[in-house]
Design a protein around this ligand. Sequence first.
Ligand code: F6P
Length: 322
Amino acid sequence: MDKVKHIALLTSGGDAPGMNAAVRAVVRRALYEGLEVSGVYHGFRGLIEGSFQKMELHSVADIVHRGGTVLRTARSEEFKTEEGQNMALENLKKANIDALVVIGGDGSFNGAKALTDKGFPTIGIPATIDNDIAGTDVTLGFDTAVNTVVEAVDKIRDTATAHERTFVVEVMGRDSGYIAMAAGVAGGAESILIPEQEVNYDDVCMRLERGYKRGKVHSIIMVAEGVASGYEVAYQIKKRTGMDTRITVLGHIQRGGTPTAKDRILGARFGAKAVDLLLQGQKGVMVGIKGDEIVTHSLSEVLSTKKDIKKELVDLANILSI
Ligand code: F6P
């Protein structure tokens, strides 16, 4: 492969806090190396439409602390087609772009892999609040989302205690229970329902009743959206115990907000490493973090591996919420 001279970057799929920190790092690391950099607006749709913008040092000023993504994001059905991908490749060629950094989740990596399979170099940066990507301990945005949920749960607990109520809190995560598990442990939830484990409503009710017999006056049930809606969980509890609950669906507030320092640093490290990999001539690779080390895995390996929740944390959650 000829030496990379001009790189592009895009953000795709659900936005995640820390994406901007990664955008800034890619742009600045690349400019530091004397590369030309183009931002692609609206994810893969922007590749098809040719929405490219030359990026300078000032293009990424004042964004490290902002949630969302300055490049905007989208989920593109058209890019899933052969025709869409070929149009994207034509536009990249016309703009003299040699390689692409894709910041997003597994859907975005399918797109990146499709381009690499057609011979165009791509590097993936895992960014999704769901933390459902294999090959990395954490994805960009997960830490901020968990902190957002914990802050909300702390507030809910105040009113739950005041009224001696049980609350069901529904959180995001798509098919993954990472957010529910982490925020449930950090927020002291009495039950945590995740898709990775069979749901046992009798056990949830047993725990509630056991708590009330011991004089516990409030409870928080954390449910990942991949299990059921908060309303369904409330219905199952009412059916078994007659108990009324209140339901909070946290929704998209989990995706917004100022990224934590952890997510900003992770974004910076991922972004810089992505550029280094392209300069080394690598392609079809995702950056990740294992412990405190930045690691790399092929996109094919990442996409064909399911990330499981640590059993140790699940067991601990059960013990601590006794
Ligand atoms: O993947 C991130 C995520 O926020 C999931 O947790 C959630 O299921 C989904 O995106 C929501 O997508 P949308 O913003 O399209 O409603």
